[in-house]
Design a protein. Structure first.
Ligand code: ZN
Ligand code: ZN
Length: 365
């Protein structure tokens, strides 16, 4: 997408090499696709990026033109080698007298066996090295997630009237996805969740053929993607005036989410956000029905570091982008979740998803 703040892609390889100096290997074979995109700008579905004294992308003949063009466009210093023989290229470049780190969460057992048999150098598992660099976003990344979030906001506003037309969950989800694509999203962030009535009690329900009816709570969790960057938001609507139970759930979760967001600032422990949401819901009597963590990092992956949970060790820093998404799910009766994607700033936070939360009740005019 044009008109966005540029990203600092070219500086990322240098930061990775600095980081490798504190690890067990001077070279890293990057196999995770999001990590390859982050470091080089290359979006192809096949390829490995060797990073050390210099950087080499090994990919196949389908990407002869695309790979150098994408790498040039972001100004990354990466040599492109077209070859179907990754291990021969690695042996050529590394020889026997060094150690190569590999991404243990991405490389399969079969790939590892092949590399171990063919490579002359030593192999050592490394994990989370590039992911750690990805945690804090540069202004160009914040801008992309912000644009994705704005597209999601606008798409929801556009299709919201359908909630009054007895459409199925699947139909509503398809219209929402289509509205995001029309507004410029390159993809949806993940399979859109539209969970109505009793289905709203299932945190990750798939949209089905249940028709949305007056009296339902409808949980809608979705996001848009720009340049590989995701947004993530949830709103819960009451179709028609909510009964006392639904009104209480909406009020409890909306208040918990507000309290969680208000805490977001650099220097704050991520687990304190979780604690604020959880204790507010617990005091209201629904603690046992909030059975997931409060949030997660968002970026090139929809779920990435840092976690916002009771076990998180992260202290928030400016540049972190996280979700705040408490929920209450009462089996057989319904559920409510409210979620924003927020960026940690130098002195607090900025909500990237801005669709209002006080319009949860949808009533025919
Ligand atoms: Zn979500
Ligand atoms: Zn989320």
């Amino acid at each position: 997408m044009t008109g966005l703040v540029p990203m600092d892609v070219s500086g990322r390889l240098g930061r990775l090499v600095e980081r490798l100096a504190t690890e067990d290997a001077p070279w890293l074979l990057v196999s995770n696709r999001a990590n390859i995109l982050y470091l080089s700008g290359f979006t192809g579905s096949a390829g490995h990026l060797l990073v050390g004294e210099h950087a080499v992308l090994v990919t196949d003949g389908r990407y002869t033109e695309q790979a150098p063009a994408q790498i040039d466009a972001v100004g990354a210093d990466v040599e492109v080698v077209i070859s179907g023989q990754l291990t021969s290229v690695l042996n050529d470049r590394l020889g026997s007298n060094t150690t190569l780190g590999f991404e243990a969460s991405t490389v399969t057992w079969a790939d590892y066996q092949r590399m171990a048999a063919a490579l002359k150098c030593d192999l050592v598992p490394l994990d989370g090295v590039v992911e750690a660099l990805r945690e804090r976003k540069d202004p160009g990344e914040v801008d992309r997630i912000g644009h994705a979030a704005a597209i999601a906001d606008a798409a929801l506003a556009e299709v919201r009237p359908l909630l009054l037309e007895s459409v199925t969950e699947a139909h509503f989800g398809l219209e929402l996805d289509t509205a995001m694509r029309r507004a410029g999203a390159e993809e949806r962030s993940f399979e859109t969740i539209v969970a109505s009535g009793p289905n709203a009690a299932l945190p990750h329900a798939r949209p089905g053929d249940r028709a949305i009816e007056p009296g339902d709570l409808v949980v809608i969790d979705f996001g848009a993607m720009i340049d590989g960057y995701h947004s993530d938001m949830t709103r819960t609507f009451s179709v028609g005036e909510p009964d006392d139970f639904a009104a209480e759930l909406l009020a409890v979760v909306t208040e918990a989410q507000r309290l969680g967001c208000e805490l977001v600032a650099p220097g704050v422990e991520a687990k304190a956000i979780d604690h604020a949401c959880r204790s507010s819901i617990t005091v209201a009597g629904f603690g046992e029905y909030f059975m997931h963590g409060t949030g997660h990092g968002v970026g090139l992956d929809i779920h990435e570091a840092p976690a916002v949970s009771s076990r998180s060790q992260t202290v928030l820093e400016s540049g972190h982008i996280i979700t705040v998404e408490p929920g209450v799910y009462v089996p057989g009766r319904g559920g409510v979740r409210v979620e924003d994607t927020v960026a940690v700033t130098d002195d607090g936070y900025s909500a990237l998803t801005r669709y209002p939360k006080d319009l949860a009740v949808v009533v025919e005019q």
